[in-house]
Design a protein around this ligand. Structure first.
Ligand SMILES: *Cc1c(COP(=O)(O)O)cnc(C)c1O
Length: 547
């Protein structure tokens, strides 16, 4: 049984690192053995959670949940509350993540996660992570001034969503600079405008003339470079950062309570969460919620045509597609590898275009821990064994392009999860169908959210209403991916401009921009030069201002 330990510690999925604090885990991102950090124990809910948490605001609920993972000796309660309050004050709705009912007959609900500054679900985590970075840095720098202050340099690559959410999460933060590389001309116009119109001194956009993979390679080279690591403290904000998973647990509970408060949800009703999935971060938060004790009957993975997860749940084999060549994976991989060279298929839901899902490694650890050992074994031995299994699977993935698991592991995975694969064609048909028929006529889905709804509709035929409710996660605002919406609803341009397009997007593309250009031929050393020079300029400006 999971237990709530007052002092939560973290370990690496590959067995090489133990006993880390939350702060170390957040600032490091990736463990030095190449593994991902997980809590030593998944905390159980307090026995009175169902009544005590029932009416809490999003912020208060986040506080209750985060407190189970962060020791008060690391972040005192009042400070944690303040970080949470500031992180969600930037959202446009009081509810932060409201749940709307899309189909009353079929009990299909949509959990809207796109009310943050960049209109995508990644804001829920990155607003929090930005404030955490600042909190830790400022605390480490207490009593220090000028060049004695520790400075964090966040470096990341993006094909769209992560970059803008990271920039909005980190803009204006003390003692932190952020460098985001995007492939020049290869991110959507609105995403490019979102990123490059942020003019805060600590935000640095680098447009690389190359592909997303080139950007990714530059990031990896920088993290591996002894020279810059001597002079700069580098940090990552990609979806493997534990704090991002943690922040996403809240809305599973919040949405569950939302349903409970509705009359249609009876004590005997069951709930399934459906999650448009790429790197497996969002749905992994649902797994933690379920393991803590949230009564979710199933977690449903919805993939696009990049379906490595769907193939795993169908066969027990986790393989980069056989017809495609080897490519970069895991670690620093982030939203949607677009380059065809990597074997990823470009779809209408680019934030889910991935070859392998980095966060899946965390689930593998828990599966191995439970299947391959018994509670009679010493805990340290059980953990070491789980780490050995994960290491061997991931080695095979790297060396052979895939691995298979035993039937017991697959059965354990199937107990908590099921999966669906949704084509571009079905994505468009779903946007159209929801817009023109049913109880939510006129509702416009973005292509990622449409994949969740397509999977929900199919799953509702297996696990039917009225006793089962589906909560489908809506991960982006339709205006962020308007080309897919236009393809699905070609007649509705005027409706879209009038009723759907947010005020914030109007005129965004005409605002002043700041961006540095990097040639692919400059190589990662060229990027290093820019990073070093721009951090230096930033620090000099701070020196002058007497900070
Ligand atoms: C990142 C993203 C996803 C995928 O989430 P994962 O945590 O990587 O599975 C889905 N939809 C949108 C819009 C995203 O930005």
């Amino acid at each position: 049984m999971p237990t709530h330990t007052a002092s939560q510690r973290y370990l690496s999925t590959r067995g090489g690192s133990y006993d880390f604090s939350f702060e170390e885990v957040v600032l490091k991102g990736l463990a030095s053995d190449g593994g991902l950090f997980i809590p030593e124990e998944i905390p159980a809910l307090p026995s009175d959670w169902a009544t005590k948490w029932h009416n809490l605001s999003f912020e208060d609920l986040a506080y209750e949940i985060f407190s189970l993972y962060i020791s008060p000796s690391e972040i005192p309660s009042a400070d944690l509350k303040d970080i949470i309050r500031r992180s969600y004050a930037t959202f446009r709705t009081k509810d932060v993540t409201p749940t709307v009912t899309l189909d009353k007959e079929k009990n299909i609900h949509l959990l809207e996660l796109f009310h943050g500054p960049t209109f995508a679900f990644k804001d829920v985590a990155l607003q929090f992570l930005g404030n955490l970075f600042e909190y830790f840095l400022v605390r480490r720098n207490e009593g220090k001034s000028g060049r004695d202050r520790e400075h964090l340099t966040v470096v990341g690559a993006t094909s769209g969503d992560t970059g803008s959410a990271a920039i909005y999460g980190l803009r204006g933060k003390k003692d932190v600079s952020v460098f985001i590389m995007h492939p020049h001309g290869k991110v959507s116009a609105i995403q490019e405008a979102q990123m490059t119109t942020v003019l805060d001194a600590n935000v640095h956009n680098l447009a690389v003339d190359g592909t997303f993979d080139d950007c990714q390679d530059f990031v990896k080279a920088l993290f591996a470079d002894p020279e810059i690591n001597k002079t700069h403290k580098l940090a990552a904000v990609n979806s493997i950062n534990w704090a991002r998973i943690l922040a996403q647990i809240t809305y599973y509970f919040y949405s569950y309570f939302n349903l409970i408060r509705q009359q249609s949800f009876l004590p005997a009703s069951k709930v399934r969460f459906v999650v448009p999935t790429g790197n497996f971060g969002d749905i992994l938060a649902g797994y933690f919620a379920k393991r803590m004790g949230l009564p979710a009957e199933k977690l449903v993975i919805a993939t696009n045509e990049n379906d490595i997860l769907h193939r795993f749940w169908s066969s027990g084999k986790y393989e980069k597609h056989p017809v495609y060549g080897a490519a970069a994976e895991g670690g620093l991989a982030e939203d949607g590898v677009k380059a065809h060279s990597s074997g990823v298929k470009e779809t209408l839901s680019p934030a889910m275009d991935i070859l392998v899902s980095s966060n899946f490694e965390r689930l593998l650890w828990f599966l191995a821990y439970e299947v391959y050992s018994t509670s009679a074994d010493a805990v340290s031995q059980r953990r070491a064994q789980a780490g050995d299994h994960v290491r061997s699977w991931l080695n095979d993935l790297k060396a052979k392009g895939g691995f298979g698991v035993d039937v017991q592991i697959l059965a354990a995975a199937q107990q908590d999860f099921s999966s669906y694969r949704v084509s571009d064609e079905e994505t468009l048909a779903t946007i159209k169908q929801v817009f023109s028929a049913g109880s939510a006529q006129g509702y416009v889905l973005d292509p990622h959210s449409a994949i969740g709804i397509a999977a929900s509709l199919r799953d509702a035929e297996v696990a039917g209403p009225p006793s089962t409710h589906h909560i489908s996660l809506s991960t982006a605002h339709p205006a962020k991916f308007s080309n897919a919406v236009e393809q699905a609803l070609p007649e509705e341009k005027a409706y879209f401009a009038e009723k759907v397009l947010p005020e914030e997007f109007k005129g965004l593309e005409d605002k002043p921009r700041r961006v540095s250009h990097v040639k692919k031929s400059d190589g990662w050393e060229g990027v290093r030069k820019v990073v070093v020079a721009e951090v230096e300029a930033e620090l000099q400006a701070a020196d002058k201002a007497g900070r």
